[in-house]
Design a protein around this ligand. Structure first.
Ligand code: ZN
Length: 144
């Protein structure tokens, strides 16, 4: 019997990748270039989550856009966790950021129900995060 070094899950001796968190100690370590790309992406996602929290708080305190504010804060907290997770488990990044439908729906939703301030995080996500992922698409696709 062995244990996952990342999450402590019990593993049978033949298991390569952890059945709970997916960590694989034998997977190739990211190269310097990959580390740079992941840290840069993680930072941009973190900044976006801060923008989301600030706009959510402003929406809440406006007294008009409260529901949009609560939704934006919840999404921003998830995004903040994701910014840390992505460095450890850089899979599915292109798949996540390539589609523009959801950020555009969130953007339109915010413009209607959240005021112009609510659109800031969506615009940042499309212009700063998505653009970075698509620019380095091949490298992100190759990360496992
Ligand atoms: Zn694990």
């Amino acid at each position: 019997m062995k244990y996952c070094t990342k999450c402590g899950n019990k593993l049978s001796n033949e298991t390569v990748a952890c059945t709970q968190c997916g960590y694989n100690p034998n997977a190739p370590k990211p190269t310097g270039q990959n580390n740079y790309l992941l840290n840069e992406l993680s930072q941009r996602i973190y900044v976006d989550s801060i923008i989301g929290i600030i706009s959510g708080v402003l929406q809440l305190s406006s007294g008009i856009f409260c529901i949009a504010g609560i939704i934006n804060i919840i999404l921003a907290i998830k995004e903040m966790n994701y910014s840390k997770e992505i460095v450890k488990n850089p899979t599915g990044i292109v798949k996540r950021y390539k589609p523009v439908t959801i950020p555009i729906i969130v953007l339109v939703y915010n413009l209607i129900f959240g005021g112009i301030i609510g659109a800031a995080a969506s615009i940042y996500q499309l212009a700063i995060i998505r653009a970075f992922v698509m620019e380095n698409r091949k490298a992100f696709d190759a990360m496992q």
